[in-house]
Ligand binder design. Structure first.
Ligand code: BGC
Ligand code: CA
Length: 316
């Protein structure tokens, strides 16, 4: 299927009717798109040429799964409230590295991403009455450093921890809490991972592009944000917070986006079926598919995403 929507040709890349497809990550080494179906407890590997998908099952909801530097067989995954090393072929948990939100056992990990130094940023969320309707702000944003093995709470009072991204040069970090519908910017100290000077860059109320969810930056620093209920990925100017472009999709619950493919010039976009009633599913039968945009506005390109850096703990 290929359709021209909102000026950009959008095609179905992979349709497994995911409940909550999320966390797309283009692995340039294997030419696969890695993506999770959070509520189906699976990590999926879709070959970008053949479109063949292989899935592995994990024991709990999986917020995100990211390759590990220097290892073809292991990856890091956010499983329930845990950070785990899992076998990329079998999904078997090999090591539990950290447990988040010990004070909120009903929370779960949501989106996660590694910064340029390979530290894993991951956030939690509490219970939602229905998708997009969080009932509390008991989540947090954490950073797990796989070299020092420290899990640090970085932001508290988070409703639904979601997209994260860094500016080219890593002087800014961007972060979305879907509950208050805000995209925040922080000054980012790359060496220490310290966040300061928190500011609202975009408030998504009344922007007509949905609830902000997953996010990525392109090589020029523009921010691309998937909008849950928005059937769109919107593009924002990091300096002014202005809307620059919008790509529309034939699925309302647009959850996340990443660049990948040849020269990182394509965009992959995940969507969800969770919470959609019969009417929405008949209007948007492709809900839950992963889409591909080969011609991204402005000819935008991404940069290779960072893998997780892990140093095995010595047993002394
Ligand atoms: C979460 C969903 C939530 C959605 C919109 C996703 O990242 O996993 O549970 O409904 O964001 O807030
Ligand atoms: Ca998300």
């Amino acid at each position: 299927m290929s359709a021209s929507v909102g000026g950009s040709a959008v095609e179905v890349f992979c349709n497994r009717q995911a409940i909550l497809a999320e966390g797309p990550f283009y692995d340039g080494i294997t030419n696969e798109l890695i993506w999770v179906d959070i509520l189906n407890n699976t990590v999926n590997f879709t070959n970008v040429d053949s479109k063949h998908t292989r899935s592995i099952s994990l024991p709990e909801n999986v917020g995100s799964a990211i390759p590990m530097e220097g290892s073809a067989s292991q990856m890091v995954a956010l499983v329930g409230r845990k950070v785990c090393i899992v076998d990329r072929q079998t999904g078997e948990t090999q090591h539990q590295l950290a447990l988040a939100d010990q004070d909120y056992p009903k929370n779960r990990m949501n989106d996660g991403k590694c910064d340029a130094r390979g530290r894993l940023w991951c956030g939690t969320m509490g219970y939602e009455k229905s998708p997009g309707e969080p009932v509390s702000s008991e989540g947090s944003l954490y950073c797990y450093d796989g070299v020092t093995h420290m899990l640090t709470r970085k932001v508290t009072d988070v409703c639904v921890s979601n997209g994260m991204a860094w500016s080219p040069g890593n002087t800014k970090m961007y972060y979305i809490d879907s509950g208050p519908r805000k995209l925040w910017s922080f000054d980012f100290d790359d060496a220490s991972g310290c966040l300061t000077n928190r500011q609202v860059l975009v408030d998504f109320h009344d922007k007509g592009v949905g609830i902000p969810d997953g996010m990525c930056t392109d090589s020029e620093g523009r921010l691309w944000v998937a909008g849950f209920f928005g059937a769109a990925v919107s593009c924002w100017d990091p300096a002014t917070g202005e809307l620059l472009a919008k790509i529309e999709f034939p699925a309302r619950r647009t959850t996340s986006c990443c660049f990948g493919g040849p020269d990182f010039g394509w965009m992959f976009v995940t969507t969800a079926r969770v919470g959609a009633g019969e009417e929405e599913l008949s209007e948007y039968p492709l809900s839950g598919a992963v889409f591909l945009v080969r011609e991204v506005p402005f000819g935008a390109k991404g940069v290779p995403p960072s893998p997780f850096k892990w140093a095995v703990k010595s047993m002394v």
